[in-house]
Design a protein around this ligand. Structure first.
Ligand code: ADP
Length: 552
């Protein structure tokens, strides 16, 4: 803008300068012509006087000035000329100044000579005898004048141009200064009232932009607050697979290092073929889903195209951690297979024994033995079915409304009473230590936990061993510890004993269902209790369950 103003001012200044120069030259030229004519008139009168008093001799003598002097007779014949031979000169009667002088007493004329590039000014005066005396002087053309005055004119023009440049620079700077002083972010008052509407508009626009920026920031914060609290990974990409937006869950699930670099391709975050397929399909306008399995983790990627006004602009990728779900599925499948197998074993035994009895192939004295077999297997079957029912109730939260306060010490006493016959059979001594310890929970589940631990402690004990049950009430919660003197559990099996149908020694299962410790683990989890196992092969095991404080 400053440059424009500068140029405009300079152009105006130069135009004014040139016009002034031309006008001045024109005016001066006219003025000079008038001066020459007046001078000629004066000289003509002077010489005319000399001619009239002294005759031709005066003309041939020394004439004043250096004008051309011509004396013309009344008929136009040239009588004398101080520059040319009058004999060779044509009749002058028709010359404008001569004609006027003959007619009016005096006449003037100015003629331009192209060849000489100069103008001749004539003044003619009629004398008393009717002849005419004419004086002529040259006046140079404007260009000649200009050329002659070139040096001073150039100097003046140069000075004027410099002045114009300096002034144009100064004025344009001055003009632009208040405009430059307007801060677009916070426009204040302006020195130009013409700019007031613009400044007002700037202010209102700034307010609008600020509001919009604020809205955007809030929306962004809301969006990131929502997405950051999501356990699912979310990625928004453009058509060129560049990541536009993402949450940290996405990076975690894809196993990528954050933060994502500017304009980084989403394909750099996960190089698995399935992931690439998802991205490609979504960017081809199709919804796509892939299950990505890697080591221990399992993720499901859902990709959807994003369209705007019918044009595909990118895609949204949702990454879900389905590890647990897949593991649960696998466990369920395994459990179903195990259940079928476990149910089949006693049923096959019952069926076989019943067939033998039915066929009458058994001696009467053996009938009791076979019937006992059927009874035992049926009981095992019922025990198994009961345990499965308990586990599924725990899985589905079937005990919800039955919470009560239970004395763990009393519960342990009851269980030990129930187990007394079995313990006697194995000559295992049972001791209960501690005092009243109240816990909040579902009585049936608490009983299951205590029963299964004590039952195992007897079942997997050695002949003549001992079981010590210690109940304690501590600030961090009531605790029951069941210690036995059995064979113990090898280190590698200590985690696995809590799995469904897992048995350390398949051949010496002790008649259990393989579900007891699973019930303990799930029951404890249901009540918010913690189960710990401390076992040393050959020296026995201690199972400890710590319940949450009764008040919570
Ligand atoms: P089960 O019905 O076979 O007893 P559990 O789930 O209760 O099933 O136990 C799983 C396995 O853990 C048992 O088969 C046994 O091998 C082992 N086990 C459990 N408790 C003890 C213990 N107190 N001492 C030694 N081994 C034990």
């Amino acid at each position: 803008m400053k440059r424009h103003i500068f140029r405009a001012i300079l152009a105006v200044a130069l135009a004014v300068l040139l016009t002034s120069l031309v006008l001045i030259m024109g005016v001066l030229y006219g003025y000079f012509q008038d001066r020459i004519t007046a001078e000629l008139a004066r000289s003509t009168a002077y010489i005319a006087h000399g001619l009239e008093t002294q005759g031709m001799d005066y003309l041939t003598g020394r004439l004043p000035g250096d004008s051309r002097v011509t004396w013309v007779a009344a008929d136009g014949t040239v009588l004398f000329d101080n520059r040319e031979d009058p004999a060779g000169m044509e009749n002058h009667a028709e010359r404008e100044e001569i004609r006027d002088a003959l007619l009016l007493g005096h006449g003037t004329a100015a003629r331009y000579s192209d060849t000489l590039s100069q103008k001749t000014v004539y003044y003619a005066l009629r004398l008393a005898d009717g002849s005419v005396l004419r004086l002529a002087d040259t006046q140079y053309s404007v260009w000649t004048l200009v050329l002659q005055a070139m040096q001073p004119v150039a100097l003046v023009t140069l000075l004027a141009v410099c002045l114009a440049l300096w002034l144009a620079g100064r004025v344009s700077r001055r003009l632009v200064e208040p405009i430059n002083a307007i801060d677009p972010d916070a426009p204040g008052e302006t020195a130009y009232e013409e700019l007031a509407p613009l400044v007002g508009k700037l202010r209102s626009q700034n307010r609008r932009i600020q509001r919009q920026v604020e809205d955007l920031r809030r929306q962004r914060e809301e969006f990131s607050a929502i997405t950051e609290n999501m356990s699912e990974g979310l990625l928004v990409i453009d058509r060129e697979t560049r990541v536009l937006s993402y949450n940290t869950a996405a990076l975690r699930l894809l196993g990528a290092e954050g933060p994502v670099k500017e304009a980084e391709s989403v394909l750099a975050l996960d190089r698995e073929a399935g992931f690439r397929r998802c991205v490609e399909e979504a960017l081809a306008g199709r919804r796509w889903e892939e299950l990505l399995e890697r080591e221990e983790t399992c993720r499901r990627v859902l990709a959807s195209p994003v369209e705007q006004d019918g044009d595909l602009t990118g895609a949204v990728l949702l990454v879900l951690d389905v590890t647990e779900k897949e593991q649960r599925e696998a466990l369920r499948r395994e459990f179903t297979a195990n259940v079928s197998h476990e149910l089949k074993t006693p049923l096959t035994a019952i069926l076989g024994t019943a067939e033998i009895l039915e066929n009458g192939m058994v001696r009467p004295e053996d009938i009791q033995h076979f019937a006992g077999n059927i009874h035992r297997e049926a009981q095992r079957l019922i025990g198994l079915v009961n345990d499965i029912i308990k586990l599924s109730r725990l899985d589905e939260g079937g005990y919800a409304a039955q919470w009560e306060t239970v004395d763990l010490y009393q519960q342990a006493g009851d269980v030990l009473d129930q187990l007394a016959p079995a313990a006697d059979k194995k000559q295992v001594s049972m001791t209960l230590e501690g005092d009243c310890a109240l816990v909040r929970g579902v009585p049936q589940i608490i009983e299951e936990i205590v029963y299964n631990l004590c039952d195992n402690a007897v079942a997997y004990n050695r002949q003549g061993g001992s079981v010590t049950v210690t109940v304690s009430a501590a600030a961090e919660g009531a605790r029951i510890a069941v210690r036995d003197t059995g064979a113990g559990i090898p280190k590698e099996a200590q985690d696995r004993v809590f799995e469904r149908f897992y048995r350390v020694d398949k051949s010496h299962s002790g008649g259990g269902t393989g579900l007891g410790l699973s019930i303990v683990k799930h029951g404890a989890a249901y009540l918010g209790a913690r189960v710990e196992l401390d076992s040393e092969p050959g020296r026995g095991s201690t199972f400890t369950v710590t319940f949450p404080p009764a008040g919570t």
